[in-house]
Design a protein around this ligand. Structure first.
Ligand code: ADP
Length: 606
């Protein structure tokens, strides 16, 4: 209506100017004997009331209120005034004999375009009435007929047949026009409504697509099952625009579904109990792969806990299966506080969300199972190694006693065999120590530890001292560089742990460096971090082995070639401990030239 009013006003300027121009042309140029004054008057009047409407329109717009009604009224008033102006124009240009009568068609088209069919017919009748009344008044001499001999045979208006015939064709032309315009307009409006509806659906589809994408992102952003489930129910509730959402997961027996995560539900409702498939026809249907709308929880007969749902204020539900690679493994449910809230379209959307989320949830479930297995394995290794430690220790000391001759002299062959046995038990002892160290670094195994502030320079000095003799034996220079400013830097760790870490790195550096080589340790810092470098001029690490060196039991081929013994656990221990203390480890290496390990710790203030 707002834009129609502006349009109507803009055309009317031309109509007013047209009346003025045509009057001037007819009277001044063509010298037609027309009453110029009233006709100019009509032209000016059209321009004048148009100006008033323009001012009104601007005011209404400036007020910024919801003014559809005001604009509607204004349009009707404009059309009514136009009709009066048109009737006057017809009268002053020769009444029924005037060629201007045909112009009423434009007005009908305008009314038909802007108003309802009913209003269009009403205005058509008004037009016919106005022209008819003018003709009748002139016919009966009540309104003096304006004679325009140059345009029409004068006196025609008094011929009843002419007058009636003219009126008849005028009226039918107008009604047919009104009918055509109104019908076309109704169809156009229907189409426009369809387009609006379609674009609204398109907008909804787009926003749902967006939500699906966000859901996928939320669910895939972690592998922790509890977090994945929590994020998933939250984003699903938001996506569906409902109060609550939950996920129930099938247990190992495959007979009941227990609550995995919920959003927007009360503690009481969440603790109502598991969904037992045998007692819950709806859950059975969903686990068979169907998405089910429960339009009214109060009257639904297939729910297991209808009373709890009603008490929770839940009026309708939508349940979709979470499908795994092989079969459904859970149930995703949206809850609404309105009855009949969910449409078929909602059902399809929830099913799509469930399908998409299933992948992330299955991954998280697999990850959780793997983590549990891994934890179990580590615990098992820890127990076994613990049990092995003392018998191996006893065997070593017995073998040593035999070698020292306390148990009597040994023949050469016996001595050789005992020495070999001792050598192998030493290797076994190393493996046991490493496995226990590794377990100590794994926090999830629950090994108690008290972290303290450790002076890194003192720990390095202690370890360097320990390895001076083995290094000298191999003719390797072992150097420790620390600027005075970097002394007494603190990290949060355990004394035993940091010595284990440094011991592993320095012993590796000495082990994998050829005689005449050099091993150096350096300490430096930034505002937030402390860097400890252990570099050597040793055999280096092949490029393809670098990503694996911190994996448990991994040993690079060049290391195995020069040093038969080794567990491949040292760096795994180092990495575990350092990361456990909030630090990290990096390695740079060039095959045949040397390796630098850097430990990076967060600074700790004294
Ligand atoms: P181990 O020393 O018992 O083999 P580690 O876990 O300490 O086990 O080290 C894993 C592997 O990393 C080593 O086998 C070796 O291939 C490589 N590595 C570690 N430190 C060095 C080093 N300083 N120079 C060259 N290779 C190294």
């Amino acid at each position: 209506m707002v834009s129609s009013t502006a349009w109507l006003i803009s055309i009317r300027w031309w109509a007013g100017l047209g009346v003025l121009a045509l009057t001037w042309l007819a009277t001044m140029v063509l010298a037609i004997n027309l009453p110029a004054l009233p006709l100019y008057g009509i032209g000016l009047a059209i321009l004048a009331y148009n100006a008033v409407f323009e001012v009104m329109r601007r005011r209404l717009l400036a007020e910024g209120l919801p003014h559809a009604w005001a604009f509607g009224q204004m349009t009707r008033l404009q059309i009514a005034l136009d009709y009066v102006a048109m009737a006057a124009l017809i009268h002053f240009s020769g009444g029924l004999e005037s060629p201007a009568t045909i112009y009423f068609i434009f007005h009908i088209i305008i009314a038909g375009t802007l108003l309802s069919p009913r209003a269009t017919y009403l205005y058509t009748t008004l037009a016919v009435g106005l022209v008819g009344t003018t003709a009748a008044l002139e016919y009966f001499g009540l309104w003096p007929h304006v004679r325009v001999p140059e345009l029409a045979n004068s006196g025609l208006y008094q011929k009843p047949l002419y007058a009636l015939g003219n009126l008849f064709f005028f009226a039918t032309a107008l009604y047919v026009t009104a009918y055509l315009v109104a019908t076309l307009n109704v169809r156009l409006r229907k189409r426009a409504a369809e387009v609006i509806e379609l674009s609204e659906r398109l907008r909804r589809a787009y926003s749902r697509l967006q939500t699906l994408y966000e859901n996928a992102q939320a669910a895939n952003s972690t592998l922790e099952l509890a977090k994945v489930l929590d994020r998933f129910v939250q984003s699903t509730a938001r996506a569906m625009g409902v109060r609550a959402c939950s996920i129930c997961l099938l247990d190992e027996t495959g007979t009941r579904l227990n609550l995995g995560a919920a959003f927007g539900l009360s503690e009481r409702y969440m603790s109502k109990g598991d969904l037992i498939l045998e007692a819950n026809p709806l859950a059975r249907e969903v686990m068979a792969g169907r998405t089910i709308i429960t339009a009214d929880a109060r009257t639904a007969s297939d729910l297991q806990y209808p009373a709890d749902a009603v008490a929770e204020g839940i009026c309708s539900m939508l349940s979709a299966p979470m499908r795994g690679k092989e079969k459904p493994f859970g149930l995703l449910r949206a809850y609404s506080t309105e009855r009949n809230h969910f449409s078929q379209e909602d059902a399809e959307f929830l099913a799509a969300i469930a399908t998409q989320g299933s992948i992330a949830i299955e991954n998280a479930m697999a990850f959780q199972a793997l983590s549990q297995l891994n934890e179990g394995k580590s615990k098992f290794v820890l127990t076994v190694t613990h049990e092995l430690r003392s018998p191996v220790g006893v065997i070593r000391s017995l073998l040593r006693t035999m070698l020292s001759g306390y148990t009597g002299p040994l023949a050469d062959q016996q001595r050789d065999m005992v020495e070999r046995a001792l050598h192998r038990t030493d290797a076994l002892q190393n493996l046991i120590d490493d496995l226990l160290d590794l377990a100590a670094g794994k926090s999830e195994l629950g090994i108690p530890e008290e972290r303290v502030k450790v002076r890194l320079d003192q720990a390095v000095e202690y370890v360097v001292k320990q390895f001076q003799i083995p290094a000298q034996e191999k003719q390797i220079r072992l150097e420790w560089h620390c600027e005075p400013a970097n002394r007494s830097l603190l990290i949060s760790a355990t004394h035993e742990g940091i010595e284990r870490v440094l011991g592993n790195l320095v012993s590796n550096a000495v082990k994998y460096t050829r005689p005449e080589g050099c091993v150096q340790l350096r300490l430096r810092r930034t505002d937030s971090e402390i860097y400890l470098q252990v570099s050597d001029t040793g055999i280096g690490i092949p490029e393809e082995a670098v990503p694996h060196i911190c994996e448990e039991f991994y040993r690079a081929p060049n290391a195995k070639a020069i040093e038969k013994e080794g567990t491949g656990l040292g760096l795994a221990i180092v990495k575990n401990l350092v990361e456990h203390w909030g630090g990290r480890i990096t390695v740079e290496s060039k095959l045949g030239q040397g390796t630098t390990f850097t430990l990076i710790f967060p600074t700790v203030r004294d």
